[in-house]
Design a protein around this ligand. Structure first.
Ligand code: NAI
Length: 338
């Protein structure tokens, strides 16, 4: 079956990693019609708009997007395009699986956890204003509707993926109303899932437990901001941002992207690790029911990682982004079903 997929290459290392992953997918036997759109800094310079409407229209038309990272100016400039895509398309659930990969040694073993991040509200609502000179108010929005919806997603995901426990992460000791509402909503959903254990941790303590004993965690459920921060921490447990994928999921639209950003320090050098985007693409293939091809690519990726001969610099190697992808591609050809 031929798939139409919106492709957004993004900024910084985005064009390098998307190009590499698209090359691999195109060689995998899949028939994909890439609907190439762009958004972000380069697009804003060209057209004056960081997120042209045609990008959103393309995702609505195709239902699925593969997306590179997009730069967000710090402290000034346009609002985050990443946040705007998630919010305007109602991609309310951000799923970030984090697990040890073969051959990648870190101080931690048996890490196999899922970060579920609420994707549409919290401090990402973009509601900020200067009250008087020198005083700024940033509004944190938490609603029962969005909290219940993400809780429903997390518990259903746990149930259908043989996960045993959901841990809600919060700061309701301080934000008694906002995080309190999040927790109340999660608890009332959790009561319906009798076969899934449920517990709660305050976000600061959760960070400590994560870096001391990450294998104790199963599914983590967090509001938007804590989810953003904790998922980078979790990436560090398994070898870094070059290795962790994500899916932004709505009721009938989905955008798949790496957890990492545009990595301006290595952009344009072919030093980026494309594994995170490749694993995101594999989540996308499962979403499209292309399970056999996804499994074939994952086996080849794992073989290359395990052998350790071809590695990008973040993992201590000297291979370029393209050489790493070529090694996976060769491995796929060697093991191609005949
Ligand atoms: P970053 O994730 O871009 O980089 C943090 C560190 O991780 C850097 O040292 C970078 O070299 C390294 N790194 C990231 N991805 C890598 C990869 N694939 N291979 C090897 N090393 C990698 O985070 P930073 O610097 O905080 O953000 C840079 C820009 O990216 C900002 O404008 C930010 O807003 C944007 N961003 C975009 C995201 C998205 O599009 N979903 C997510 C996170 C940040």
């Amino acid at each position: 079956m031929k798939h139409c997929i919106t492709l957004i290459e993004g900024d910084g290392i985005g064009p390098e990693v998307t190009d590499a992953v698209v090359r691999l997918l195109d060689r995998s036997g899949l028939e994909i019609d890439w609907d190439r759109e762009n958004a972000g800094t380069a697009t804003a310079k060209r057209s004056g708009q960081p997120l042209p409407k045609r990008v959103l229209d393309s995702i609505i038309r195709n239902h699925v997007a593969l997306k590179g990272p997009i730069e967000t100016p710090i402290g000034t400039g346009f609002a985050s395009v990443n946040v705007e895509i998630r919010r305007s398309l109602n991609l309310y659930a951000n799923l970030r699986p984090v697990c040890n990969l073969p051959g990648i040694k870190t101080p931690f073993t048996n890490v196999d956890l899922i970060v579920v991040r609420e994707n549409t509200e919290d401090l990402y609502s973009g509601l900020e204003h200067e009250v008087v000179a020198g005083v700024v108010e940033s509004l944190k929005i938490i609603t029962a509707k969005a909290s219940t919806r993400i809780a429903q997603f997390a518990f259903s995901y746990a149930q259908s993926n043989s996960r045993n426990r959901v841990t809600a992460v919060h700061k309701a000791n301080i934000m008694k109303l906002g995080d309190g509402l999040f927790l109340e909503s999660v608890r009332s959903v959790g009561r319906k899932f009798k076969n899934i254990d449920y517990d709660e941790q305050i976000v600061d303590a959760a960070c400590m437990h994560l870096v001391m004993n990450p294998s104790k965690f199963d599914v983590l459920l967090l509001p938007n901001l804590y989810g953003d921060i904790v998922s980078d921490l979790c990436a560090g447990l398994v070898g870094g941002l070059g290795l962790v994928p994500s899916a932004n999921l709505g009721d009938d639209l989905a955008a798949f992207e790496a957890v990492h950003g545009t990595a301006p320090d290595i952009a344009g050098m072919q030093r980026a690790n494309p594994t995170a985007l490749l694993l995101s693409a594999l989540l996308m293939l499962h979403h499209l029911n292309e399970n056999a091809i996804a499994a074939h690519i994952l086996t080849a990726l794992n073989t290359v990682l395990r052998s350790g001969k071809v590695r990008t610099p973040d993992l201590g190697g000297t291979a370029t982004t393209g050489e790493f992808i070529d090694a996976i591609s060769q491995e796929m050809e060697l093991k191609a079903p005949r």
